[in-house]
Design a protein around this ligand. Sequence first.
Ligand code: ATP
Length: 547
Amino acid sequence: MITEKKIMDKIISLAKQRGFIFQSSEIYGGLKSAYDYGPLGVELKRNIMNEWWRAMVHEREDVTGLDASIIMHPKVWEASGHLAGFSDPLVDCLISKERFRADKAPMRTIGDLINITCIDKGQAKDYQNIIEKRFNITLKRNGKILEGLKVIEKNKIGFFENHETEASKKFDFPGYVSPTFNSPFLSEEKQFNLMFRSQIGAVDALGDIANFVNDNKHLDKDEMKQGIERIVKDSAVYLRPETAQAMFVQFLNCQQTMSMKIPFGIAQMGKSFRNEITTEHYIFRSCEFEQMEMEFFVEPGSQKKWLDYWRDKRLEWWKSFSNYPDNFIYRAHEKDELAHYADACYDIEYKYPWGFDELEGVASRTDYDLKKHAEYSGVKLSYFDQQKENPETGKMGWRYTPYVIEPAAGATRGLLVYLIDAYHEESVKDAKGNDTTRVVMKLHPRLAPFKVAVLPLIKKDGLPEIARNLVNNFMKAGINVRYDEQHAIGKRYRRHDEVGTPYCLTVDGESKEDNCVTIRDRDTMKQERIPINDAVKIVKKRLTKST
Ligand code: ATP
Protein backbone atom coordinates (compact mmCIF):
# COMPACT_ATOMS: atom_id res chain seq x y z
CA MET A 1 0.00 0.00 0.00
CA ILE A 2 1.58 3.31 -1.06
CA THR A 3 0.89 6.15 1.40
CA GLU A 4 -0.32 9.61 0.33
CA LYS A 5 3.05 11.31 0.86
CA LYS A 6 4.96 8.46 -0.71
CA ILE A 7 2.90 8.45 -3.89
CA MET A 8 3.27 12.23 -4.30
CA ASP A 9 7.03 11.98 -3.63
CA LYS A 10 7.32 9.22 -6.21
CA ILE A 11 5.36 11.17 -8.83
CA ILE A 12 7.33 14.37 -8.19
CA SER A 13 10.61 12.48 -8.48
CA LEU A 14 9.58 10.65 -11.67
CA ALA A 15 8.25 13.90 -13.19
CA LYS A 16 11.63 15.52 -12.65
CA GLN A 17 13.83 12.55 -13.65
CA ARG A 18 11.91 11.89 -16.83
CA GLY A 19 11.48 15.51 -17.96
CA PHE A 20 7.82 16.21 -17.19
CA ILE A 21 8.09 19.00 -14.61
CA PHE A 22 11.06 20.99 -13.28
CA GLN A 23 11.20 23.57 -10.52
CA SER A 24 11.27 27.01 -12.17
CA SER A 25 14.69 28.74 -12.24
CA GLU A 26 16.19 25.72 -10.49
CA ILE A 27 19.82 26.80 -10.95
CA TYR A 28 19.04 29.96 -8.96
CA GLY A 29 17.48 28.02 -6.12
CA GLY A 30 13.99 27.88 -7.66
CA LEU A 31 11.02 30.22 -7.44
CA LYS A 32 8.40 29.18 -4.91
CA SER A 33 5.43 27.46 -6.50
CA ALA A 34 6.50 28.13 -10.08
CA TYR A 35 7.08 25.18 -12.38
CA ASP A 36 8.41 24.55 -15.86
CA TYR A 37 6.94 21.87 -18.07
CA GLY A 38 9.87 19.95 -19.56
CA PRO A 39 10.19 18.08 -22.87
CA LEU A 40 7.56 15.51 -21.88
CA GLY A 41 5.44 17.78 -19.69
CA VAL A 42 4.85 20.24 -22.50
CA GLU A 43 3.63 17.38 -24.73
CA LEU A 44 1.31 16.03 -22.03
CA LYS A 45 -0.08 19.48 -21.22
CA ARG A 46 -0.68 20.28 -24.90
CA ASN A 47 -2.32 16.91 -25.48
CA ILE A 48 -4.73 17.53 -22.59
CA MET A 49 -5.51 21.03 -23.83
CA ASN A 50 -5.87 19.89 -27.46
CA GLU A 51 -8.27 17.15 -26.40
CA TRP A 52 -10.31 19.73 -24.50
CA TRP A 53 -10.37 22.04 -27.55
CA ARG A 54 -11.37 19.13 -29.77
CA ALA A 55 -14.25 18.14 -27.48
CA MET A 56 -15.41 21.69 -26.70
CA VAL A 57 -14.88 23.50 -30.02
CA HIS A 58 -14.03 21.29 -33.01
CA GLU A 59 -16.61 18.63 -32.29
CA ARG A 60 -19.44 21.12 -31.69
CA GLU A 61 -21.27 23.54 -33.91
CA ASP A 62 -22.51 25.60 -30.97
CA VAL A 63 -19.13 26.69 -29.55
CA THR A 64 -16.55 29.09 -31.04
CA GLY A 65 -13.01 29.76 -29.87
CA LEU A 66 -11.20 32.86 -28.63
CA ASP A 67 -7.63 33.75 -27.72
CA ALA A 68 -7.72 37.07 -25.88
CA SER A 69 -4.86 39.11 -24.43
CA ILE A 70 -3.69 38.32 -20.94
CA ILE A 71 -3.54 42.01 -20.06
CA MET A 72 -6.93 43.61 -20.62
CA HIS A 73 -8.42 47.03 -19.93
CA PRO A 74 -8.40 47.56 -16.13
CA LYS A 75 -12.13 48.38 -16.27
CA VAL A 76 -12.74 44.69 -17.07
CA TRP A 77 -11.60 43.78 -13.54
CA GLU A 78 -13.51 46.64 -12.00
CA ALA A 79 -16.73 45.48 -13.71
CA SER A 80 -16.18 41.80 -12.91
CA GLY A 81 -15.67 42.61 -9.24
CA HIS A 82 -12.14 41.18 -9.16
CA LEU A 83 -10.57 44.48 -8.13
CA ALA A 84 -12.81 44.86 -5.13
CA GLY A 85 -13.60 41.32 -4.19
CA PHE A 86 -11.05 38.86 -5.57
CA SER A 87 -9.38 38.34 -2.29
CA ASP A 88 -8.59 35.60 0.17
CA PRO A 89 -8.76 35.92 3.95
CA LEU A 90 -5.17 35.92 5.17
CA VAL A 91 -3.95 35.40 8.70
CA ASP A 92 -0.54 35.65 10.37
CA CYS A 93 0.59 33.37 13.19
CA LEU A 94 1.63 35.78 15.94
CA ILE A 95 4.37 33.41 17.13
CA SER A 96 6.02 32.02 13.98
CA LYS A 97 4.92 34.82 11.58
CA GLU A 98 3.68 32.16 9.16
CA ARG A 99 1.10 33.66 6.77
CA PHE A 100 -1.69 31.42 5.49
CA ARG A 101 -5.24 31.32 4.11
CA ALA A 102 -7.86 31.16 6.83
CA ASP A 103 -10.34 29.27 4.65
CA LYS A 104 -7.83 26.45 3.99
CA ALA A 105 -6.45 26.15 7.55
CA PRO A 106 -6.89 23.00 9.70
CA MET A 107 -10.01 23.21 11.90
CA ARG A 108 -10.12 22.22 15.58
CA THR A 109 -13.30 21.47 17.56
CA ILE A 110 -14.36 21.55 21.22
CA GLY A 111 -12.29 19.11 23.30
CA ASP A 112 -9.30 19.06 20.93
CA LEU A 113 -5.89 19.51 22.53
CA ILE A 114 -3.83 22.14 20.75
CA ASN A 115 -0.19 21.13 20.88
CA ILE A 116 2.07 23.65 19.18
CA THR A 117 4.50 21.62 17.11
CA CYS A 118 7.91 23.22 16.52
CA ILE A 119 10.69 22.16 14.18
CA ASP A 120 13.07 21.21 17.02
CA LYS A 121 13.66 21.64 20.76
CA GLY A 122 15.51 24.98 20.26
CA GLN A 123 12.57 26.50 18.44
CA ALA A 124 10.19 25.12 21.11
CA LYS A 125 12.20 26.98 23.75
CA ASP A 126 12.10 30.23 21.74
CA TYR A 127 8.35 29.98 21.10
CA GLN A 128 7.71 29.12 24.75
CA ASN A 129 9.44 32.39 25.70
CA ILE A 130 7.57 34.44 23.11
CA ILE A 131 4.21 33.04 24.29
CA GLU A 132 5.15 33.64 27.94
CA LYS A 133 6.01 37.29 27.27
CA ARG A 134 3.04 37.98 25.04
CA PHE A 135 0.26 35.98 26.72
CA ASN A 136 1.55 35.52 30.22
CA ILE A 137 1.30 31.71 30.26
CA THR A 138 4.06 29.08 30.38
CA LEU A 139 3.26 26.16 28.10
CA LYS A 140 4.82 22.82 29.06
CA ARG A 141 7.73 21.84 26.81
CA ASN A 142 7.78 18.20 25.74
CA GLY A 143 10.68 17.91 23.27
CA LYS A 144 9.62 20.00 20.28
CA ILE A 145 5.96 20.16 21.41
CA LEU A 146 4.37 22.88 23.57
CA GLU A 147 1.43 21.55 25.60
CA GLY A 148 -1.35 22.92 27.82
CA LEU A 149 -3.98 24.34 25.43
CA LYS A 150 -7.41 22.90 24.67
CA VAL A 151 -10.52 24.09 22.79
CA ILE A 152 -13.13 24.62 25.53
CA GLU A 153 -15.91 26.45 23.68
CA LYS A 154 -16.72 27.26 20.04
CA ASN A 155 -14.58 30.39 20.02
CA LYS A 156 -12.39 29.90 23.10
CA ILE A 157 -9.29 27.96 24.04
CA GLY A 158 -8.20 27.44 27.63
CA PHE A 159 -4.77 27.15 29.24
CA PHE A 160 -4.51 24.22 31.68
CA GLU A 161 -1.51 24.29 34.00
CA ASN A 162 -0.19 21.09 35.66
CA HIS A 163 -3.19 18.85 34.86
CA GLU A 164 -5.71 21.31 36.36
CA THR A 165 -9.32 20.59 35.39
CA GLU A 166 -10.29 24.28 35.15
CA ALA A 167 -8.64 26.58 32.61
CA SER A 168 -6.56 29.23 34.39
CA LYS A 169 -6.72 31.52 31.36
CA LYS A 170 -8.96 31.77 28.29
CA PHE A 171 -8.23 33.15 24.81
CA ASP A 172 -10.36 33.93 21.73
CA PHE A 173 -10.10 31.29 19.03
CA PRO A 174 -11.25 31.53 15.38
CA GLY A 175 -11.76 27.77 15.04
CA TYR A 176 -8.58 27.01 13.07
CA VAL A 177 -4.84 26.81 13.68
CA SER A 178 -1.75 27.64 11.62
CA PRO A 179 -0.99 24.79 9.18
CA THR A 180 2.70 24.30 10.03
CA PHE A 181 2.85 24.83 13.80
CA ASN A 182 -0.69 24.12 14.93
CA SER A 183 -0.64 27.52 16.61
CA PRO A 184 -3.91 29.12 17.81
CA PHE A 185 -2.28 32.53 18.42
CA LEU A 186 -3.35 34.33 15.28
CA SER A 187 -3.88 37.82 13.88
CA GLU A 188 -7.23 39.13 12.60
CA GLU A 189 -8.12 38.00 9.07
CA LYS A 190 -7.10 40.47 6.36
CA GLN A 191 -8.37 40.49 2.79
CA PHE A 192 -5.62 40.22 0.19
CA ASN A 193 -6.11 40.82 -3.53
CA LEU A 194 -4.93 37.91 -5.62
CA MET A 195 -4.32 39.79 -8.86
CA PHE A 196 -0.78 40.57 -10.02
CA ARG A 197 -0.54 44.28 -10.72
CA SER A 198 1.81 45.94 -13.20
CA GLN A 199 2.15 49.33 -14.91
CA ILE A 200 1.59 50.03 -18.61
CA GLY A 201 3.03 52.80 -20.77
CA ALA A 202 5.99 55.14 -20.38
CA VAL A 203 5.36 55.92 -16.73
CA ASP A 204 7.83 56.41 -13.95
CA ALA A 205 5.61 55.32 -11.09
CA LEU A 206 8.53 55.01 -8.65
CA GLY A 207 9.72 58.54 -9.49
CA ASP A 208 6.19 59.93 -9.08
CA ILE A 209 5.84 58.14 -5.74
CA ALA A 210 9.20 59.50 -4.56
CA ASN A 211 8.12 63.07 -5.46
CA PHE A 212 4.76 62.60 -3.77
CA VAL A 213 6.34 61.29 -0.55
CA ASN A 214 8.91 64.08 -0.59
CA ASP A 215 6.23 66.77 -1.02
CA ASN A 216 3.80 65.29 1.53
CA LYS A 217 5.84 64.37 4.56
CA HIS A 218 3.11 65.71 6.83
CA LEU A 219 0.56 63.02 5.79
CA ASP A 220 -0.22 60.10 8.12
CA LYS A 221 0.24 56.46 7.03
CA ASP A 222 -3.27 55.97 5.60
CA GLU A 223 -3.26 59.27 3.71
CA MET A 224 0.16 58.46 2.29
CA LYS A 225 -1.07 55.03 1.16
CA GLN A 226 -4.14 56.52 -0.52
CA GLY A 227 -1.99 59.11 -2.32
CA ILE A 228 0.37 56.43 -3.63
CA GLU A 229 -2.60 54.24 -4.68
CA ARG A 230 -3.92 57.18 -6.76
CA ILE A 231 -0.57 57.55 -8.56
CA VAL A 232 -0.26 53.84 -9.30
CA LYS A 233 -3.92 53.43 -10.32
CA ASP A 234 -3.62 55.65 -13.40
CA SER A 235 -1.25 53.29 -15.18
CA ALA A 236 -2.20 50.02 -13.45
CA VAL A 237 -2.92 46.88 -15.43
CA TYR A 238 -3.48 43.34 -14.21
CA LEU A 239 -2.44 39.88 -15.30
CA ARG A 240 -5.73 38.04 -15.80
CA PRO A 241 -6.66 35.82 -12.83
CA GLU A 242 -9.00 33.76 -15.05
CA THR A 243 -9.53 33.42 -18.78
CA ALA A 244 -13.29 33.87 -18.42
CA GLN A 245 -13.90 37.63 -18.55
CA ALA A 246 -12.67 38.00 -22.16
CA MET A 247 -15.57 35.83 -23.34
CA PHE A 248 -18.07 38.28 -21.83
CA VAL A 249 -16.21 41.32 -23.16
CA GLN A 250 -16.06 39.80 -26.69
CA PHE A 251 -19.59 38.37 -26.54
CA LEU A 252 -20.98 40.60 -29.29
CA ASN A 253 -17.98 40.30 -31.62
CA CYS A 254 -18.00 36.50 -31.43
CA GLN A 255 -21.77 36.21 -31.70
CA GLN A 256 -22.08 38.58 -34.67
CA THR A 257 -19.05 37.49 -36.72
CA MET A 258 -20.03 33.83 -36.44
CA SER A 259 -23.82 34.45 -36.56
CA MET A 260 -24.20 32.34 -33.43
CA LYS A 261 -27.67 31.59 -32.19
CA ILE A 262 -28.43 31.05 -28.53
CA PRO A 263 -27.65 28.64 -26.95
CA PHE A 264 -23.96 28.93 -27.88
CA GLY A 265 -20.59 29.06 -26.19
CA ILE A 266 -17.22 30.83 -26.41
CA ALA A 267 -14.21 28.78 -25.32
CA GLN A 268 -10.73 29.86 -24.38
CA MET A 269 -7.70 28.23 -22.82
CA GLY A 270 -4.46 29.72 -21.61
CA LYS A 271 -2.46 31.15 -18.75
CA SER A 272 -3.97 32.71 -15.65
CA PHE A 273 -2.17 34.27 -12.72
CA ARG A 274 -3.06 34.47 -9.03
CA ASN A 275 -0.83 35.69 -6.25
CA GLU A 276 -1.64 32.60 -4.18
CA ILE A 277 -0.24 32.67 -0.67
CA THR A 278 -0.98 29.06 0.11
CA THR A 279 0.58 27.16 -2.75
CA GLU A 280 0.17 23.46 -2.11
CA HIS A 281 0.35 19.92 -3.35
CA TYR A 282 2.98 20.47 -6.04
CA ILE A 283 1.30 21.95 -9.16
CA PHE A 284 -2.25 21.67 -7.70
CA ARG A 285 -2.23 25.34 -6.67
CA SER A 286 0.39 27.62 -8.19
CA CYS A 287 0.68 31.32 -9.02
CA GLU A 288 0.87 30.78 -12.78
CA PHE A 289 -1.32 28.07 -14.25
CA GLU A 290 -3.39 27.20 -17.31
CA GLN A 291 -7.14 27.11 -17.54
CA MET A 292 -9.66 25.74 -20.03
CA GLU A 293 -12.91 27.69 -19.75
CA MET A 294 -16.09 28.05 -21.72
CA GLU A 295 -18.98 30.48 -21.30
CA PHE A 296 -22.21 29.00 -22.61
CA PHE A 297 -24.92 31.61 -23.22
CA VAL A 298 -28.49 30.41 -22.74
CA GLU A 299 -32.03 31.71 -22.61
CA PRO A 300 -33.13 32.93 -19.15
CA GLY A 301 -35.01 30.12 -17.42
CA SER A 302 -33.15 27.31 -19.22
CA GLN A 303 -30.04 27.54 -17.03
CA LYS A 304 -30.81 24.57 -14.79
CA LYS A 305 -31.14 22.21 -17.77
CA TRP A 306 -27.83 23.43 -19.26
CA LEU A 307 -26.01 23.34 -15.93
CA ASP A 308 -26.89 19.65 -15.56
CA TYR A 309 -25.93 19.04 -19.19
CA TRP A 310 -22.44 20.58 -18.83
CA ARG A 311 -21.84 19.00 -15.43
CA ASP A 312 -22.43 15.55 -16.94
CA LYS A 313 -20.50 16.29 -20.14
CA ARG A 314 -17.45 17.55 -18.30
CA LEU A 315 -17.43 14.70 -15.79
CA GLU A 316 -17.66 12.21 -18.63
CA TRP A 317 -14.76 13.93 -20.44
CA TRP A 318 -12.39 13.67 -17.45
CA LYS A 319 -13.37 10.02 -16.93
CA SER A 320 -12.79 9.12 -20.58
CA PHE A 321 -8.98 9.45 -20.23
CA SER A 322 -8.74 7.75 -16.84
CA ASN A 323 -7.83 4.26 -15.66
CA TYR A 324 -10.11 4.77 -12.62
CA PRO A 325 -13.24 6.71 -13.70
CA ASP A 326 -14.79 6.20 -10.26
CA ASN A 327 -12.21 8.60 -8.80
CA PHE A 328 -14.08 11.49 -10.45
CA ILE A 329 -17.28 12.78 -8.87
CA TYR A 330 -19.34 15.94 -8.81
CA ARG A 331 -20.47 17.82 -5.72
CA ALA A 332 -23.18 20.49 -5.53
CA HIS A 333 -22.22 23.72 -3.75
CA GLU A 334 -24.09 24.44 -0.55
CA LYS A 335 -26.04 27.74 -0.55
CA ASP A 336 -23.41 29.46 1.64
CA GLU A 337 -20.60 28.32 -0.68
CA LEU A 338 -22.10 29.91 -3.80
CA ALA A 339 -20.49 33.01 -5.32
CA HIS A 340 -22.89 35.97 -5.00
CA TYR A 341 -23.58 35.98 -8.76
CA ALA A 342 -24.27 32.22 -9.09
CA ASP A 343 -27.66 30.55 -8.66
CA ALA A 344 -26.10 27.05 -8.59
CA CYS A 345 -22.68 25.44 -8.97
CA TYR A 346 -21.03 22.02 -9.08
CA ASP A 347 -17.41 21.15 -8.45
CA ILE A 348 -16.01 18.22 -10.37
CA GLU A 349 -13.70 16.61 -7.85
CA TYR A 350 -10.94 14.04 -8.08
CA LYS A 351 -9.74 11.66 -5.42
CA TYR A 352 -6.21 13.02 -4.95
CA PRO A 353 -3.85 11.18 -2.55
CA TRP A 354 -4.95 13.73 0.12
CA GLY A 355 -8.68 13.21 -0.54
CA PHE A 356 -11.38 14.58 -2.85
CA ASP A 357 -10.62 18.11 -4.06
CA GLU A 358 -11.59 20.45 -6.91
CA LEU A 359 -10.59 19.86 -10.51
CA GLU A 360 -13.20 21.92 -12.35
CA GLY A 361 -16.08 24.19 -11.42
CA VAL A 362 -19.33 24.20 -13.43
CA ALA A 363 -21.25 27.33 -12.44
CA SER A 364 -24.56 28.87 -13.36
CA ARG A 365 -23.53 32.55 -13.36
CA THR A 366 -26.94 34.05 -14.21
CA ASP A 367 -26.80 37.25 -16.34
CA TYR A 368 -24.49 38.95 -13.83
CA ASP A 369 -21.35 39.26 -15.96
CA LEU A 370 -22.92 40.53 -19.18
CA LYS A 371 -25.02 43.04 -17.22
CA LYS A 372 -22.00 44.30 -15.30
CA HIS A 373 -19.90 44.76 -18.45
CA ALA A 374 -22.84 46.48 -20.15
CA GLU A 375 -23.12 48.83 -17.17
CA TYR A 376 -19.39 49.66 -17.03
CA SER A 377 -18.79 49.90 -20.80
CA GLY A 378 -22.08 51.53 -21.79
CA VAL A 379 -22.44 48.93 -24.57
CA LYS A 380 -25.65 46.88 -24.72
CA LEU A 381 -24.66 43.23 -24.32
CA SER A 382 -27.92 41.55 -25.18
CA TYR A 383 -29.40 39.13 -27.70
CA PHE A 384 -32.43 39.49 -29.93
CA ASP A 385 -34.41 36.39 -30.81
CA GLN A 386 -36.88 37.10 -33.61
CA GLN A 387 -38.53 33.70 -33.34
CA LYS A 388 -39.36 33.98 -29.65
CA GLU A 389 -42.31 35.63 -27.98
CA ASN A 390 -41.41 38.24 -25.39
CA PRO A 391 -42.79 36.72 -22.13
CA GLU A 392 -43.66 40.19 -20.79
CA THR A 393 -45.44 41.70 -23.82
CA GLY A 394 -46.62 38.51 -25.55
CA LYS A 395 -45.35 39.95 -28.88
CA MET A 396 -42.96 38.16 -31.26
CA GLY A 397 -39.30 39.09 -30.85
CA TRP A 398 -37.53 38.95 -27.50
CA ARG A 399 -34.45 40.94 -26.49
CA TYR A 400 -32.78 39.65 -23.35
CA THR A 401 -29.45 39.39 -21.53
CA PRO A 402 -28.40 35.75 -21.81
CA TYR A 403 -27.73 33.61 -18.76
CA VAL A 404 -24.38 31.84 -18.59
CA ILE A 405 -23.18 28.36 -17.70
CA GLU A 406 -19.43 28.19 -17.16
CA PRO A 407 -17.39 24.98 -17.08
CA ALA A 408 -13.99 26.21 -15.79
CA ALA A 409 -11.21 23.63 -15.61
CA GLY A 410 -7.56 23.75 -14.64
CA ALA A 411 -5.27 22.33 -17.35
CA THR A 412 -2.21 22.12 -15.10
CA ARG A 413 -4.33 20.68 -12.30
CA GLY A 414 -5.68 18.19 -14.84
CA LEU A 415 -2.12 17.25 -15.74
CA LEU A 416 -1.45 16.43 -12.08
CA VAL A 417 -4.63 14.34 -11.97
CA TYR A 418 -3.59 12.27 -14.98
CA LEU A 419 -0.05 11.78 -13.61
CA ILE A 420 -1.55 10.40 -10.39
CA ASP A 421 -4.07 8.31 -12.34
CA ALA A 422 -1.32 6.88 -14.57
CA TYR A 423 1.26 6.00 -11.91
CA HIS A 424 1.51 2.21 -11.44
CA GLU A 425 3.99 -0.08 -9.79
CA GLU A 426 3.88 -3.73 -10.84
CA SER A 427 5.83 -6.75 -9.72
CA VAL A 428 7.47 -8.49 -12.70
CA LYS A 429 10.31 -10.95 -13.32
CA ASP A 430 13.55 -9.59 -14.79
CA ALA A 431 15.63 -11.38 -17.47
CA LYS A 432 17.21 -13.58 -14.76
CA GLY A 433 13.82 -14.53 -13.32
CA ASN A 434 14.13 -12.32 -10.20
CA ASP A 435 11.19 -10.27 -8.90
CA THR A 436 11.52 -6.56 -9.68
CA THR A 437 9.22 -3.56 -9.67
CA ARG A 438 8.11 -2.11 -12.99
CA VAL A 439 7.05 1.53 -12.84
CA VAL A 440 4.65 2.28 -15.67
CA MET A 441 2.75 5.44 -16.46
CA LYS A 442 -0.53 4.19 -17.90
CA LEU A 443 -1.34 7.47 -19.61
CA HIS A 444 -4.18 7.35 -22.08
CA PRO A 445 -2.57 6.86 -25.53
CA ARG A 446 -4.03 10.15 -26.75
CA LEU A 447 -2.41 11.99 -23.85
CA ALA A 448 0.93 10.14 -23.84
CA PRO A 449 3.83 12.44 -24.86
CA PHE A 450 5.33 9.90 -27.30
CA LYS A 451 2.92 7.60 -29.08
CA VAL A 452 5.58 5.22 -30.27
CA ALA A 453 9.30 4.52 -29.75
CA VAL A 454 11.40 2.84 -32.41
CA LEU A 455 14.28 0.81 -30.99
CA PRO A 456 16.99 -0.90 -33.05
CA LEU A 457 18.07 -3.97 -31.04
CA ILE A 458 21.75 -3.19 -31.74
CA LYS A 459 23.49 -0.12 -33.11
CA LYS A 460 24.92 -1.87 -36.21
CA ASP A 461 24.24 -4.29 -39.07
CA GLY A 462 21.84 -1.87 -40.78
CA LEU A 463 19.27 -1.94 -37.95
CA PRO A 464 19.57 1.82 -37.12
CA GLU A 465 18.90 2.63 -40.80
CA ILE A 466 15.72 0.57 -40.86
CA ALA A 467 14.64 2.15 -37.55
CA ARG A 468 15.33 5.70 -38.79
CA ASN A 469 13.30 5.02 -41.91
CA LEU A 470 10.40 3.91 -39.78
CA VAL A 471 10.76 7.00 -37.59
CA ASN A 472 10.51 9.18 -40.71
CA ASN A 473 7.30 7.44 -41.73
CA PHE A 474 5.78 8.16 -38.31
CA MET A 475 6.91 11.79 -38.47
CA LYS A 476 5.33 12.19 -41.91
CA ALA A 477 2.09 10.73 -40.54
CA GLY A 478 2.10 13.34 -37.72
CA ILE A 479 2.54 10.77 -34.95
CA ASN A 480 4.94 11.81 -32.20
CA VAL A 481 7.73 9.23 -32.31
CA ARG A 482 11.04 8.73 -30.51
CA TYR A 483 14.14 7.00 -31.89
CA ASP A 484 16.02 5.37 -29.03
CA GLU A 485 19.21 3.26 -29.29
CA GLN A 486 20.83 3.90 -25.85
CA HIS A 487 21.28 1.00 -23.40
CA ALA A 488 20.04 -2.59 -23.41
CA ILE A 489 16.59 -3.25 -24.85
CA GLY A 490 15.08 -4.11 -21.42
CA LYS A 491 16.24 -0.80 -20.01
CA ARG A 492 14.78 1.04 -22.98
CA TYR A 493 11.42 -0.66 -22.49
CA ARG A 494 11.44 0.41 -18.83
CA ARG A 495 12.33 3.98 -19.78
CA HIS A 496 9.39 4.17 -22.15
CA ASP A 497 7.09 2.50 -19.58
CA GLU A 498 8.02 5.30 -17.18
CA VAL A 499 7.05 8.05 -19.61
CA GLY A 500 3.93 6.26 -20.76
CA THR A 501 4.85 5.48 -24.40
CA PRO A 502 2.04 3.10 -25.43
CA TYR A 503 3.96 1.23 -28.15
CA CYS A 504 7.59 0.23 -28.67
CA LEU A 505 8.67 -1.08 -32.07
CA THR A 506 11.85 -3.14 -32.02
CA VAL A 507 13.93 -3.65 -35.14
CA ASP A 508 16.00 -6.85 -34.81
CA GLY A 509 18.27 -9.06 -36.96
CA GLU A 510 15.29 -10.82 -38.52
CA SER A 511 13.71 -7.55 -39.63
CA LYS A 512 16.10 -7.51 -42.60
CA GLU A 513 14.87 -10.95 -43.68
CA ASP A 514 11.14 -10.81 -42.94
CA ASN A 515 10.52 -7.02 -43.18
CA CYS A 516 8.77 -7.17 -39.82
CA VAL A 517 9.24 -5.51 -36.43
CA THR A 518 8.03 -6.42 -32.95
CA ILE A 519 5.36 -4.20 -31.44
CA ARG A 520 5.26 -4.23 -27.61
CA ASP A 521 2.19 -3.02 -25.75
CA ARG A 522 3.06 -0.88 -22.69
CA ASP A 523 0.25 -2.16 -20.47
CA THR A 524 0.13 -5.87 -21.28
CA MET A 525 3.83 -6.13 -22.31
CA LYS A 526 2.56 -8.47 -25.05
CA GLN A 527 4.75 -8.57 -28.17
CA GLU A 528 3.62 -9.24 -31.73
CA ARG A 529 5.37 -9.36 -35.06
CA ILE A 530 3.97 -6.91 -37.64
CA PRO A 531 5.08 -5.93 -41.18
CA ILE A 532 7.23 -2.77 -41.24
CA ASN A 533 5.13 -1.38 -44.08
CA ASP A 534 1.97 -1.65 -41.96
CA ALA A 535 3.52 -0.24 -38.74
CA VAL A 536 2.18 3.32 -39.12
CA LYS A 537 -1.25 2.07 -40.13
CA ILE A 538 -1.44 -0.35 -37.19
CA VAL A 539 -0.32 2.22 -34.57
CA LYS A 540 -2.69 4.80 -36.04
CA LYS A 541 -5.57 2.33 -35.85
CA ARG A 542 -4.80 1.48 -32.21
CA LEU A 543 -4.57 5.18 -31.29
CA THR A 544 -7.89 5.92 -32.99
CA LYS A 545 -9.49 2.94 -31.25
CA SER A 546 -8.53 4.42 -27.91
CA THR A 547 -10.50 7.65 -28.57
P1 ATP B 1 -9.78 26.70 -5.54
O1 ATP B 1 -11.06 26.62 -4.72
O2 ATP B 1 -9.08 25.36 -5.68
O3 ATP B 1 -8.88 27.82 -5.17
P2 ATP B 1 -11.26 28.21 -7.45
O4 ATP B 1 -12.65 27.79 -7.11
O5 ATP B 1 -10.75 29.52 -7.03
O6 ATP B 1 -10.23 27.04 -7.04
P3 ATP B 1 -11.87 28.76 -10.18
O7 ATP B 1 -11.71 30.21 -10.08
O8 ATP B 1 -13.24 28.20 -10.28
O9 ATP B 1 -11.07 28.05 -9.01
O10 ATP B 1 -10.99 28.25 -11.40
C1 ATP B 1 -11.35 27.13 -12.20
C2 ATP B 1 -10.29 26.06 -12.14
O11 ATP B 1 -8.99 26.62 -12.35
C3 ATP B 1 -10.19 25.33 -10.80
O12 ATP B 1 -11.14 24.31 -10.71
C4 ATP B 1 -8.78 24.77 -10.88
O13 ATP B 1 -8.74 23.58 -11.64
C5 ATP B 1 -8.03 25.85 -11.64
N1 ATP B 1 -7.27 26.71 -10.71
C6 ATP B 1 -7.73 27.76 -10.00
N2 ATP B 1 -6.75 28.32 -9.26
C7 ATP B 1 -5.63 27.59 -9.52
C8 ATP B 1 -4.27 27.68 -9.08
N3 ATP B 1 -3.88 28.63 -8.26
N4 ATP B 1 -3.39 26.77 -9.55
C9 ATP B 1 -3.77 25.81 -10.42
N5 ATP B 1 -5.03 25.69 -10.89
C10 ATP B 1 -5.95 26.55 -10.45
